[in-house]
Design a protein around this ligand. Structure first.
Ligand SMILES: Cc1cc2nc3c(=O)[nH]c(=O)nc-3n(C[C@H](O)[C@H](O)[C@H](O)COP(=O)(O)OP(=O)(O)OC[C@H]3O[C@@H](n4cnc5c(N)ncnc54)[C@H](O)[C@@H]3O)c2cc1C
Length: 386
């Protein structure tokens, strides 16, 4: 059995972030760290969008950033000034390359491309078994999880479970149609089918953009249905006669009240989506991963047990649940709710609220700005959970 100080199972956003924060200090660089992943992580398998008003360690590799965002629905259309926030877009491949190259020069960080079969948590160590080998460490961090198992558990506990699922096309158009100054966060000009469905557009250039058909709903669609919606949007809404699809993106993010366990036993700590880092009502995860992994690395460096949790107050958990409940039961109302939300609040208040940094007075303003009856009903429907 090969021994390490730290094993990281799954070297995606969370695994690489944790390793990167460790590598930033002299003490952290002394740990022997094993990073395992079944993939080589050399593909642009996802694009992370996030907003921030502060600098982040990965700003240097951000591909696009926007000070303005568009909101379009049947009820409301506006170009929103995001100040003091900025919406930044980071491509997966750039992030993987950057972190892997930074760590490759450090003698104590080891990458192995192996499939993890099991992780057993003991009292003093945890043991990771891959298809090739067995490894042991006093601290094992895990970002591998089965969405199917989580879904089954949530439904058994009668919790709320939606999926944010999306298919994106990176398109090149024969004429300029996109405004590279602004990200289109919501465009509801797509049939709603009584669910929350919208287009999310990240322009790369006037004739090039990632266009994503995004749904918040219980069940996935057939591939042909996502594609038909993208075709409809590009041809009927954007009035394009032709376009070229350069690349595709596909993803599912769990949106749930499920309480992802922070750790199993003393030695096995969950990180990333597996550790509850995905915000239930929005699916935004990337910055929450950064906050969590930075805190874990600091604890390790200080010789403390790495038990920092993804922070979320009870109040914000309730707001997330109320929104999920409304989107799940009354998806047809989503377009109206989001329109009122953006019409009646400065974007900075909404983003601060979604970052869970608002105080109660600001939250009351948000609640008062949207159809109140829906939220009151949702609040009472959820009383059994809280
Ligand atoms: C397409 C897509 C787009 C997204 N866009 C955004 C966004 O814009 N903004 C945002 O905030 N969030 C976004 N998310 C949500 C979230 O930020 C990402 O899913 C993020 O990658 C989660 O990080 P993670 O480390 O938990 O999981 P991952 O990054 O998925 O890392 C898990 C790793 O485990 C590996 N693995 C899995 N099983 C095994 C096994 N048995 N053995 C070995 N390795 C294994 C995988 O190969 C993977 O590399 C997106 C998600 C997807 C899927």
């Amino acid at each position: 059995m090969q021994q390490y100080d730290i094993i990281i199972a799954g070297s995606g956003a969370a695994g690489l972030s944790l390793a990167w924060y460790l590598s930033q200090s002299e003490t952290g660089r002394q740990f022997s760290v094993l990073l395992l992943d079944k993939e080589p992580k050399d593909q642009n398998d996802r694009t992370w969008g996030f907003w921030s008003k502060e600098s982040t360690p990965f700003d240097g590799i951000v591909s696009w950033q926007f000070d303005k965002a568009e909101f379009i629905s049947r009820h409301y259309r506006e170009v929103l000034d995001l100040a003091p926030y900025q919406y930044r877009v980071l491509e997966g491949r750039r992030f993987y390359d950057f972190v892997r190259k930074s760590l490759a020069v450090l003698p104590n960080f080891h990458f192995r491309q192996e499939v993890v079969k099991s992780i057993q948590a003991g009292a003093e160590t945890a043991i990771v078994q891959t298809e090739q080998d067995v490894y042991e460490a006093p601290w094992v961090f895990n970002s591998i999880f089965s969405a199917k198992k989580v879904k089954a558990q949530v439904l058994q506990q009668q919790g709320l479970y939606l999926q944010q699922h999306f298919k994106g096309w990176l398109v090149k158009t024969p004429r300029p149609v996109f405004n590279p100054q602004q990200v289109r966060l919501f465009d509801f000009r797509t049939p709603q089918h009584r669910q929350m469905r919208f287009m999310y557009v990240i322009p790369h250039a006037p004739d090039r953009a990632l266009v994503e058909y995004t749904l918040f709903s219980k069940d996935l669609l057939k591939t042909s249905e996502y594609e038909a919606a993208l075709e409809h949007y590009l041809r009927q809404v954007l009035k394009l006669k032709g376009f070229e699809v350069l690349d595709e993106e596909w993803g599912i993010i769990p949106m749930t009240t499920y309480d992802f366990p922070a750790r199993q036993g003393e030695r096995l700590i969950n990180i990333g989506t597996a550790g509850g880092a995905s915000k239930p009502s929005t699916g935004y995860t990337f910055l929450r991963i950064q906050q969590h992994c930075k805190a874990l690395a600091e604890q390790l460096v200080q010789g403390q047990p790495p038990y920092a949790k993804v922070r979320s107050s009870r109040r914000h958990k309730l707001y997330d649940a109320m929104l999920l409940n409304i989107m799940g039961r009354q998806g047809a109302e989503s377009e109206r709710i989001f329109s009122e939300l953006f019409r009646n609040n400065p974007p900075s208040r909404i983003l601060k609220f979604l970052d869970e940094e608002t105080h109660f007075g600001e939250e009351l303003k948000i609640m008062n700005s949207v159809p109140r009856a829906l939220f009151i009903r949702s609040f009472f429907e959820l009383q059994s959970e809280f």
